[in-house]
Design a protein around this ligand. Sequence first.
Ligand SMILES: [Zn+2]
Length: 281
Amino acid sequence: MIIQCPFCGAKYEAPPGRRFYVCPYCGTALSEGKTYENVYIFKPAVDKTAAFKAVLNFRPTAAPEDLPAASPVEAELHFLPLYLYYVSFPPLDQLATYATALATSSPPVPLPTGFRFPARWRTPFKPTLERVGVFHSPDLDPEAAFTSLQEVVEEARAYAQVFKVKIGVEWRLEGLVYYPIWRLAYDYRGRRYSAAVDATDGTVLYMEYPISARGRAEALGMAAAVVAGAAALGAMAAAYVGLPPALGAVGGGVASLGAATRLVLNLAAARVGKYKAEKRL
Ligand SMILES: [Zn+2]
């Protein structure tokens, strides 16, 4: 179906059956035919130049030393839709809080698993001021999106437990919030890499990066050291229990191929590294 934005007049194609529609040109949100009143935005505080700088100076493991000299090629500001909830935990009024959850099932950039968006410091959204960027429409049901706030609920429960109080969980949908993220692309020695930066504070959320020859060699060395170290331990353990050391060494080396070793082995073999931020509060 075609929707005409009541604010800027642009027409856009929208899948039917959604609760909210967001004009991709100006960000104005509609709900059930009415302009949605409670719309907020986190203002981008990091410009394109600063976002690129954050990425190219980030230098994840095994990245080349001259990465800061890579060429920025594309920068697009994306606004992710979040639902804003007011959550309360009766009877403990003091635990009531605002919380936000991602309202789209297909964010334009990879996000850290369990990423928690803030709810404070949002400001009312004015379409006139915010014509820069790509606005994404919410497509999740607010009820379904709320389940990603399980951690907020558990924290409240843990707090209540200290006081031996049993709490309920109630929430109401307060509105929509747009959260700005830079989607970037840069070139390094003829190859293109993508990255994502939180535009509110410059945190690198995701980046692809070249792995230098030296980085690969170092990773191989690390992997070898880990395997050798584990083999030595295995041999010692074998001697201790009276097995032939060679058998013990094989067992130790293989057993040590845990997550850490696989990571360095992957780095040693790959040409493109992928960094994803740890989840944040
Ligand atoms: Zn519009």
